[in-house]
Design a protein around this ligand. Sequence first.
Ligand code: HPA
Ligand code: ZN
Length: 331
Amino acid sequence: MPLPKAELHLHIEGTLEPELAFELATRNGVELPYADTEELRAAYRFSDLQSFLDLYYALMTVLRTEDDFAELTDAYLARAAAQGVRHAEIFFDPQAHTSRGVELDTVVAGLVRALERAEERHGVSAQLIMCFLRDESAESAMATLEAAKPHLAHIAGVGLDSAEVGHPPEKFREVYEAAGRLGLRKVAHAGEEGPPEYIRSALDVLGVERIDHGLRAMEDPSLVARLVRERMPLTLCPLSNVRLRTIDVLKNHPLPRMLEAGLMATVNSDDPAYFGGYADDNFLAVREALGLEDEQLRLLARNSFLASFLEHDEERRSRYLAEVDAYDFAG
Ligand code: HPA
Ligand code: ZN
């Protein structure tokens, strides 16, 4: 039985496995520029974030109907549950769908349909975090927030993703202020490829409550000290970092140094269909490559529940934490 954990950094569009992509392409009459799943998998060799994003946006064009989004999400939840995920806070990218004519209502309805059955089918609780594409304009982000207003009962928070360098958090100050007024929680990708300054401004300008990635914080000791002092959660994605070449080999991942420094790190899968593994695959990989001890893995799992947006259900958080505490690594 895998270690119980929460997944806090997961793009639902990044869970699209080649098999489902081809199935949906056939169903929806979308032509993919690959002959088969094998040829598609061979294209999963990335040189940086942008080279991944190009394929990620191209492949998600097969997602067209409410059923497609529900099926994608249900398949993720089944996989996540098998890997010990008890609670998932799931990112989605509305602009990547609305820009190609798929209505926000369609996307949200499909995601929500799967989430409403998640507990009963998979024993997983789940929430949605709506991400703005940072390489699109602030106006487009604001329009997306406006369009999401009828769906806010189903959306826990907002995030910021896509191409980081050249698109600092400051660009989205007003959007995050508006999201805050709507009672939404706030996270943002920062310090994946972008500099430590982007982490500072995500905190100071956007008022985020977690940093997604935050890897490059390690270049700035005073920032590390601040993140430790504020117990700011970082949602690390180790296999993603290797596949996108922000880290050369997993053995050199700073996770052990981050734990040593007292940072509140969590381990997540980012885009598991593309990066070679789901939540527990990431845990097993860091254990193996970095020689993490059982109690360090337990700490990472505890952190995931402590950093999750479960304030509306503290009883549930306590139950999950008790499960982590009781977990027997030898069993
Ligand atoms: N980084 C930024 N944007 C993304 C990612 C990522 O790893 N995955 C999907 N959108
Ligand atoms: Zn991400």
